[in-house]
Design a protein around this ligand. Structure first.
Ligand code: C2E
Ligand code: CA
Ligand code: CA
Ligand code: CA
Length: 279
């Protein structure tokens, strides 16, 4: 028994080593990727029910790895978060988004507001606010072209810092959305004092909305809360007509999910934008 315990420990240690090796490989590949255009922006439209018009879109990062193929963000973002590489990636996304909006404007395409995911590490970065301002001014954009998505965790980590950052961004005119609302530390106190525009109801609550009375109750409360506080609200992860009907009945007005559109590459999204203009 002792012996096999030793073996299984050795086996475990080998597995750990393999995992950490893979992690290190991905990490150095990511540095490479930033320099050689392997990252790509995808766009998932956010739709208003009354017009079925695309009113905005969330930018979602994709990594085209030369050997591994498409690596999903669920795999590389957590690794990037541990290595602090995430701040460089977020900065790259911010700049790429601003550049894209500028190109559309120059081509006479009316862009919609683009929502950008900001990691907790980037949010803590003391140069974050100036990075946002710099990216916008470099491409001569007003602040209302973008929206930043921040998770509750990033806010709660350091409330004083968060308040200051959000105030500065808010005064500058950048809109702020709370991502994955309801799944974090769930302190509601910050909603009272911070300049937040929008709550994104997490898809884990939407998924079983028509099956689970509990999930339905949670979503209803979030919708009421945002209404009472004068915040905008969006449901993410809407996949079926039934989910949509339920949400519409409860007063939700803006939606994001596979039922409407999957995240799409630039060419498809540009086509969608141009077709909207001609309506
Ligand atoms: P998130 O911010 O919560 O993004 C929503 C995720 O839900 C996206 O996954 C999107 O493709 C997916 N989704 C949208 N509609 C549906 C639906 O109807 N059903 C289901 N099952 N899923 C849906 P994705 O693109 O794989 O991204 C995963 C996570 O990676 C994101 O979660 C976000 O936390 C992170 N991420 C993606 N891009 C970036 C980025 O540029 N910067 C940072 N910091 N994080 C990013
Ligand atoms: Ca998001
Ligand atoms: Ca989310
Ligand atoms: Ca569902």
């Amino acid at each position: 028994a002792k012996r096999s315990g030793g073996n299984s420990f050795r086996f475990y240690a080998q597995e750990m080593q393999a995992a950490s090796q893979q992690r290190m490989e991905l990490e150095s590949d990511m540095r490479q990727a930033l320099e050689s255009d392997q990252f790509q922006l995808y766009f998932q439209p956010q739709v208003r029910m009354d017009s079925s018009h695309v009113q905005s879109a969330e930018v979602l990062l994709r990594w085209n790895h030369p050997e591994r193929g498409l690596v999903p963000p669920g795999v590389f973002i957590p690794i990037a978060e541990e290595s602090l590489l995430i701040a460089d990636i977020d900065a790259w996304v911010l700049r790429a988004v601003c550049k894209q909006i500028r190109q559309w404007l120059n081509a006479g395409i009316e862009p919609v507001r683009l929502a950008i995911n900001i990691s907790a590490a980037q949010f803590q970065n003391p140069r974050f606010v100036s990075l946002v301002k710099l990216s916008l001014s470099q491409f001569e954009l007003s602040a209302d072209h973008i929206e930043l998505e921040i998770t509750e965790g990033a806010l709660i980590d350091n409330l004083e810092h968060a308040r200051q950052v959000l105030n500065e961004l808010g005064e500058f005119g950048v809109r702020l959305a709370i991502d994955d609302f309801g799944t974090g530390y769930c302190s509601l106190a910050y909603l009272k004092t911070m300049p937040i525009d929008k709550l994104k109801i997490d898809q884990s609550f939407i998924r079983d909305i028509t099956l689970s009375a509990r999930d339905a109750a949670i979503v209803e409360v979030i919708l009421q809360l945002s209404k009472q506080l004068g915040l905008r609200c969006i449901a993410e992860g809407v996949e079926t007509q039934e989910e949509l009907d339920w949400l519409v009945e409860k007063g939700c007005e803006v939606f994001q999910g596979y039922f409407f559109h999957r995240p799409m590459p630039l060419a498809d999204f540009a086509k969608l934008l141009s077709s909207q203009v001609s309506i």
